[in-house]
Write a protein that binds this ligand. Structure first.
Ligand code: SF4
Length: 358
């Protein structure tokens, strides 16, 4: 039988041996608990490893098993997820926790079809649980793996086309270790995070350089659709009274459903108010600029808006940019109040730190 041109004899063993010696230790690599694996996979979607490392252990202490998250309130789950972004992920995770608790008495099924029937568990996540928790030979293709495979085979087929995806899967299946898929999948991802990254390729010291056919690694992988970045602006109000800070509870149909945000106003309405500061941040493919204006009392809150006492803010879920801005504003006001307190000619020592509607 003719040799398959895509087979790379010795590649898999070499990669696994390299990983056994040099693989990084992450808490989710030191467990075979499917719940812990699922949590890490969901956190790592669209979030960097350093950010997840800062949150994973705390989350696992709070929700050590599906039952713990299943019985938690939605606001508690959202508050615990703050800073990780993409909040629909934690809602899906909670739905999964409830399904596993109710349908499987808290024990994860070791079966692809059953895993994929769980809410929010797609092809990739099911494969990750099968591979990392149960050491099943499941193919995993994330952005790192796709990049490594495109370079390894020196293939310019766009990886975001049907033909490109088919080729990736075929080659991933050929290379997959049947004896230790858990280590192999981790190793391939780690190669893409360390030697064969989107910014550079350290080919001279790469552990699999003798198998690699790449001629110009920087030109690979090819993508048909490059992501475009758009600008987005919105105008928010800062309205602080002796009843608390005016916040807007987001309705179920929007991105931050169930979370609180600073209230938005139409541009003309906001720009008629004193400007406080601008905030810049990026979300998915948007570069966002938020213009914050001070609203003067009396201001008629909308139905979804309410004054939240400052003491309750830490216990409620706020979108991350809002949490950051609220903290900045309150600390600025506190500093200003301290300065004012030390100037008795301007404010008496009994004045509140955060003045009404300041
Ligand atoms: S040799 Fe270079 S291009 Fe090939 S896998 Fe290693 S780092 Fe990537």
């Amino acid at each position: 039988m003719p040799k398959n041109p895509d087979s790379l004899p010795g590649f898999t063993e070499t990669l696994v041996a390299w990983f056994a010696q040099h693989g990084r230790c992450y808490p989710w690599r030191e467990t075979q608990d499917p719940w812990a694996i699922l949590v890490s996979e969901v956190m790592l979607q669209q979030t960097t490893i350093p950010t997840v490392l800062g949150r994973y252990n705390e989350w696992m202490r709070r929700f050590p098993n599906p039952e713990a998250l299943a019985v938690a309130g939605e606001q508690e789950a959202l508050r615990s997820w703050e800073g990780l972004g993409y909040y629909r992920r934690v809602r899906a995770l909670q739905a999964t926790a409830r399904a596993v608790t109710e349908q499987y008495s808290g024990i994860f099924p070791q079966d692809e079809a059953a895993l994929r029937a769980l809410p929010g568990v797609g092809e990739y996540t099911a494969a990750a649980v099968l591979s990392f928790a149960f050491n099943e030979p499941a193919v995993l293709i994330d952005a790192n793996v796709a990049r490594v495979l495109a370079r390894l085979y020196n293939d310019p087929t766009p990886i975001d086309t049907a033909a490109g995806k088919k080729l990736l899967r075929r080659r991933a299946e050929i290379l997959l270790s049947r004896s230790n898929p858990r280590a192999y999948n981790s190793a391939l991802m780690e190669l893409g995070q360390t030697y064969c990254t989107s910014h550079s390729s350290l080919c001279e010291s790469c552990p699999v350089r003798t198998f690699c056919r790449a001629k110009d690694p920087a030109s690979l992988p090819v993508k048909k659709q490059e992501r475009t970045v758009s600008s987005l602006e919105h105008w928010d109000i800062w309205c602080l009274s002796d009843r608390g800070l005016l916040l807007d509870l987001q309705p179920p149909t929007v991105r931050h459903a169930g979370m609180y945000r600073l209230p938005q106003r139409p541009r003309e309405e906001a720009e008629a108010l004193p400007h406080l500061r601008d905030q810049h941040y990026s979300v998915t493919r948007y570069k966002v600029t938020r213009h914050l204006h001070r609203a003067l009392l009396p201001s008629l809150p909308r139905a979804s808006e309410q004054f939240i006492p400052l003491a309750r803010l830490d216990f409620l879920p706020l979108a991350s940019p809002d949490r950051q801005l609220v903290r900045t504003m309150l600390s600025l006001q506190e500093s200003a109040a301290i300065v004012s307190d030390s100037a008795p000619q301007r404010r008496s020592k009994t004045s509140p730190r955060v003045s009404q509607n300041s």
